[in-house]
Design a protein around this ligand. Structure first.
Ligand SMILES: Cc1ncc(COP(=O)(O)O)c(C=O)c1O
Length: 422
């Protein structure tokens, strides 16, 4: 199916319908002007060249109109977040009314837990993956404490089986069957940051809902990477950042999803600000609070337009490409990467990401024998940018919008070289 030679990789790039998108990104270069082999879109996506113009447009309109830009700017700032909604909803598989861009990821998880983590004395526990991203663990622990529970008692971990790396859905089923009466919330990373495992969101939701547990998803490693189908999966809520696969710049704003079944529930507890008040009467001031329906009803503040301009730039590219074309290339490109790594037949490294393309995104996590971090260091010295995650994994994500088959080929060729000199 694949071939292990440079000519083949270059030929695949020639045949790639999305190949032209690479030129639309700034690819970091070495001192001699040669492109880095950049495989860390799972951490910080690269900058689309057009982003500068999108931000410049808002700077120009700010200079030209001052406060009047809220209405007079080419892209008026007052409804600016609405310009992002449709494509963001398409990217995560949601209805427009279920999605909004606001705050940052951890903040959104807290905002959502204000509404959806409603513990009682009996039903208060929260399930996370044992290897959840630290921010999620801390957020959940602090929510437990905030509600007066002991995090030791309240946190339930869904662990891989002994000697395995990946999570098995049957083990979650067992946890919920046994402790469901005490569990209020499942907060799960849709694509695990460490292993790259894409979990079955629909199944998780069915398991949770069968015991009346709320289901929330951290989609940080999924948005723009896999097709999450949030609406159809039925999850109650989700949040994700936009600086990874959505290429919107360091620390940029996050997305939030609330399933439409909660859309008109005005009794849900939530924190309020003027931006989740009814937009028709927001500027009448001195009104009693009148919460907006849908995901917009979780906003608090008027949003940072310059950061939103970068998201808009990126989403325009996603709209043009479409998630299904992106996934098609991604499966093939990551499949090629997997094929080349396997052909190294090395005892020093092992892919721990699922082998099934439907259960992963573009990232492959390469476990290094004896947790030898020097391999990652040597890759970096050769301008091959991957990331190391303790205790023993090199994460490597060929991103379909800007990585090539040749990138992948050259990366593995260098890895072969480095491993043979170990
Ligand atoms: C899975 C996951 N959750 C949460 C976070 C924290 O995101 P933020 O710093 O934007 O709140 C990250 C950051 O990389 C992440 O990967």
């Amino acid at each position: 199916m694949y071939e292990n030679n440079l000519a083949y990789a270059q030929d695949q790039d020639k045949k790639d319908a999305l190949a032209a998108y690479r030129d639309q990104f700034h690819i970091p270069k070495d001192d001699l002007g040669k492109d880095w082999l950049y495989f860390t879109g799972n951490s910080l996506g690269l900058q689309p060249k057009q982003t500068q113009a999108y931000i410049q447009q808002e700077l120009d309109d700010w200079a030209k109109y001052g406060v009047e830009g809220h209405f007079e700017a080419k892209n008026p700032w007052m409804p600016y977040h609405e310009f992002l909604t449709e494509t963001m909803a398409e990217v995560v598989g949601a209805k427009n009314s279920e999605v909004v861009v606001m705050n940052t990821l951890t903040t959104n998880l807290h905002m959502l837990m204000v509404s959806f983590y409603r513990p009682t004395a009996k039903k208060f526990k929260i399930v996370i993956e044992s290897d959840a991203f630290p921010s999620d663990r801390y957020a959940v622990q602090s929510q437990l404490k905030f509600h007066g529970f002991d995090p030791e008692e309240g946190l339930v971990e869904w662990k891989p089986r002994k000697g395995e790396e990946l999570l098995q859905i049957e083990d979650l089923e067992k946890i919920v069957e046994e402790q469901g009466d005490e569990i209020a919330l499942l907060l799960i990373g849709g694509v695990n940051y460490y292993t790259g495992q894409f979990l079955d969101l629909k199944r998780i939701t069915q398991i949770g809902h069968a015991k009346e547990c709320v289901v929330g998803i951290d989609l940080a490693h999924g948005a723009g990477n896999i097709e999450a189908n949030l609406h159809d999966s039925g999850v109650d809520f989700a949040a994700w950042c936009t600086y990874k696969y959505l290429n919107s710049g360091p620390g940029s704003l996050a997305g939030l999803f609330v399933h439409e079944r909660h859309q008109h529930d005005r009794d849900l507890p939530r924190f309020a600000g003027w931006w989740n008040h009814n937009k028709e009467t927001r500027f009448n001031m001195r009104q009693p609070f009148d919460v907006m329906p849908g995901a917009e009803g979780w906003q608090l503040s008027n949003p940072p337009i310059l950061s939103m301009a970068a998201i808009r730039s990126s989403l325009d590219m996603f709209k043009e490409v479409g998630m299904s074309a992106l996934r098609e290339k991604s499966e093939r490109l990551t499949g090629y990467f997997e094929f080349l790594l396997d052909s190294l037949d090395s005892e020093q490294i092992k892919i721990i990401t699922p082998r099934d393309p439907k259960r992963r995104g573009c990232q492959l996590s390469i476990q290094v024998k004896n947790a030898d971090k020097s391999l990652h260091k040597k890759l970096t010295e050769n301008n091959i940018i991957t990331d190391w995650r303790e205790p023993d994994v090199i994460r490597c994500a060929p991103v379909p919008l800007y990585n090539t088959y040749e990138d992948v080929y050259r990366m593995v060729a260098k890895l072969k070289d480095l491993l043979s000199h170990e």
